[in-house]
Design a protein around this ligand. Structure first.
Ligand code: ADP
Length: 393
């Protein structure tokens, strides 16, 4: 994934290139005519391609916004992208109509008296859009400034990604800080005073379980980052889903016994072999089954069905646990999202299990769906492609 500074460097680089191209194109117009054929280009109204030469066509269709002003700040050119980005109304005539309400650090006079080729960058918000703007004076051959060019770029998606990255780092730091604080607290207490054996082992067991939670969090984060960078693509092979489910059930036997759950699995006859990365699918089933075990009161009932529809084999895991409120269902695949943070932590959860499951299934051409009712239970359906489906694709 690109780092924020790399993205910004790319945007800046791209903008400078656009700015230079535009200035060259503008130079051609402005030096010859000083003004554009206003009637056609301004506001892009009624523009017919026949009237436009190649340069006009570039201005009209480029995704970056371009606005040119004369020395008095009157609009001499504006392309449709700029009109859309800046919500330009037909009655807008000059620089202040467009930029005045944004309270920028820049005004027409400042730009005009800037050094040749000096650019000024501003970032602002227009309703729900984030826009990066480059302002540059335009000079004629005799070095007289004849106008100002503005190149606009819609950076809403970059800003959103950057915010997501910041949020993710804040979440990771918070998730790691909680167990570290607890480990340090108990360790310091043990070092400061003499405690009886029983208290000592109580404190040590908290330290051990918090350390395990940190280790799980780091493993989960590594899985996510491996998926994100997609460095290792899925190692697909054919295998039996029923057998995999049995293996997962055996792996979780201790947790199942601890909570005294009854787990029943049913495999429909004739389920074809699936074609996917076996380790990935095992991880998905373990995550989902662990959730059913965790979020179901002691003595619960968990049923697992393995079957086949069209070209997908499926695993359905039902539990009669606490359930998930409908309003939360759309968010549970988000990283670190938990319905009840305290309960999830208490159970050793990281809030990453379902997002990992979804990522892994995406990577293998499968999918996951969850239905749930509070107080009644949860049903998770995992679909895994078979070789037949792979061949059709
Ligand atoms: P966690 O590590 O917290 O279990 P997950 O990503 O696996 O994280 O799950 C996200 C949240 O979805 C959980 O915190 C829990 O609130 C809810 N959840 C997941 N599975 C179940 C289930 N079977 N029953 C009830 N709630 C569940």
């Amino acid at each position: 994934m690109l780092e924020a500074y790399q993205i910004l460097a790319l945007i800046t680089g791209a903008n400078i290139i656009v700015l230079i191209i535009c200035t060259i194109l503008m130079k051609k117009y402005l030096t010859k005519k000083i003004m554009f054929p206003k009637t056609r280009l301004i506001r892009g109204a009624g523009v017919s391609n026949d009237d436009l030469d190649i340069n006009n066509s570039i201005f009209l269709h480029m995704t970056d916004g371009i606005i040119a002003f004369d020395r008095d700040g009157k609009i001499v050119l504006i392309n449709p992208a700029a009109q859309k980005m800046m919500n330009v109304l037909p009655e807008y005539k000059d620089f202040d109509d467009i930029f005045g309400k944004l309270h920028l650090n820049i005004n027409l006079e400042k730009i005009i008296y800037l050094e040749n080729w000096t650019k000024t960058e501003e970032r602002f918000q227009v309703e729900d859009k984030f826009v990066n703007a480059y302002f540059a004076p335009f000079k004629k051959e005799n070095d007289r400034t004849v106008g100002v060019i503005v190149v606009l770029q819609d950076i809403t998606e970059h800003v959103k990604l950057d915010n997501m990255r910041k949020e993710f780092i804040a979440d990771v730091s918070h998730e790691l800080k909680t167990p570290i604080t607890s480990i340090m607290g108990y360790a310091d207490t043990l070092l400061e005073e003499e405690y009886d054996k029983e208290t000592q082992s109580k404190f040590l067991s908290v330290i051990a379980s918090e350390a395990r939670r940190m280790a799980k969090l780091v493993t989960d984060l590594l899985t996510l980052s491996r998926n994100d960078s997609n460095r290792t693509s899925a190692k697909k092979e054919q295998f039996d889903l029923g057998e995999l489910v049995k293996k997962c059930q055996d792996k979780l036997a201790i947790e199942i016994k601890k909570k005294n759950h009854e787990v029943k699995s049913f495999v429909t006859a004739d389920v074809p072999l699936v074609y996917a990365d076996k380790d990935d699918i095992e991880r998905v089933v373990l995550n989902i089954l662990t959730n059913s075990i965790k979020y179901t009161q002691d003595g619960g009932e968990i049923k697992i069905y393995v079957g086949f529809v069209y070209n997908d084999a499926y695993i359905k895991i039902f539990d009669n646990g606490i359930g998930i409120p409908e309003s939360e269902l759309s968010r549970i695949f988000e990283r670190f999202y938990r319905v009840d943070k305290a309960r999830s932590r208490e159970m050793g959860g990281t809030g990453l299990g379902l997002s990992i499951a979804k990522d892994l299934l995406d990577r293998n051409g499968g999918n996951i769906d969850i239905k749930s009712e509070v107080g009644k239970g949860t049903e998770v359906v995992i679909k895994v492609p078979t070789k037949a489906k792979e061949e059709k694709i």
